[in-house]
Design a protein around this ligand. Sequence first.
Ligand code: DX5
Ligand code: ZN
Length: 219
Amino acid sequence: MKNTLIAPSVLAADFANLQRDIEMINNSEADWFHIDIMDGVFVPNISFGMPVLNAISKHAKKTIDVHLMIIDPDRYISTFKKLGADILTVHYEACTHLHRSLQAIKAEGMKAGVAINPHTNISLLEDTIKDIDLVCIMSVNPGFGGQSFIENTYKKVAQLKEIITRNGASTLIEIDGGVTNKNAKQLVDAGADVLVAGSYVFGAQDPIATIADLKKITQ
Ligand code: DX5
Ligand code: ZN
């Protein structure tokens, strides 16, 4: 039996009732909080920033998985540690010296993640895979919640799984964007370990039951 991890994306929460939505995740079978930070430059949207993450961290009782969709993320690595990040993910496309960024994240005591856009070939991670704790495969173009899942993702998951196995790495595979009960099982069968779900969870009548269902169908 696989223990697939479910990471609700707080981007889809009700920001006027953020504490209520954080408590909902605390009381659910969800494993992680997925936090999307956007700068309006790397992606065409601005989400929320440091004071909001600081507030979330005070109430969140689970692993905080921070997805940085920002240029030049090296500038903020120690700041995000202080804000409560347990896992810090930078974009492959935003890092000139990816290996250096990964080492800097680990030096702060966080797990180091790399997110990869839909157009970026997974083979580009071959030379750094042993240094990466988590690869976040974007299954939509980053910047917005509620977009449709890109079907080519299954192929990328299988390719990444093969690279991880061949290199003897223990990297987790996370999928981010358009995840629902329709694609969750197939993603896990292809090799996914962590599923991010935003609008599917927070848009549901019963988010707690929706999280439990995602958990159940992916074991
Ligand atoms: C997109 C973000 C995602 C987003 C997922 O740029 O990285 O984490 O919140 O939202 P859904 O699940 O609605 O596609
Ligand atoms: Zn994300």
